[in-house]
Design a protein around this ligand. Sequence first.
Ligand code: 13P
Length: 253
Amino acid sequence: MRKKIVAGNWKMNCDLGEMQELLTGIKNQLKNIPDTVSLMVAPAYTNLYAAFETLKETPVEVVAQNMHQEKNGAFTGEISAAMLKGIGVQTVILGHSERRSIFNENNQLLKEKVQTALDNNMQVIFCIGEELESREENKQFNVVKQQLEEALFTLPEKAWQNIILAYEPVWAIGTGKTASPEQAQEMHAFIREQIAEKYNSEIADAVSILYGGSVKPANAKEIFSQTDVDGGLVGGAALKADSFVEIALAFQN
Ligand code: 13P
């Protein structure tokens, strides 16, 4: 059985006080969430340690939004895998479209980051997805295939135990435009098929593939009910405890 996951990517939002308020709201409602659903939150670097301390006694996992590929050194402003591990962070989001487009992270660099994370026994939530232009030209499958091939398909089979994928069509991020449940299912099935072809169907069946892009309480249930959708990577709607919890509960009904 694949893991069902709802992860909140808070991006560059929430100072310490705001985060603690959000975490209190989530903690207060944890008893309602079935233990078949794994919850994750990804605060900004400065809040990771506090989040980890606050959530220590809960099943909610604290994950990082990014990290540097090098072990250490003269990389002003950057954070290493060891630094994340040192405060208890086991999972990192890599390849988010905002990292790709605003910070020029390409598949080659992301491949290095993935390798560093895996070398440090970390789990990776790896984001893939096409921009609007590619969707309009019906090139979304080529784009996603290339992202998989260039960043992940040189990994050995056993590395896939530590990979979670997130399909995030860029045109649906923060825009209010969600991929239809059919569009999400079609792409998730395609991704699984690519993994089965490159590796085998056991690996393809075991990898959790999350959908991201304007997920909210009103659409989560329909999206999560698709066969190949194993949860969500949620931005805006994860910034309110009630809507984040409601999205997690979408699995229940
Ligand atoms: P929104 O849910 O705000 O569209 O953001 C999605 C996202 O980028 C999650 O990583």
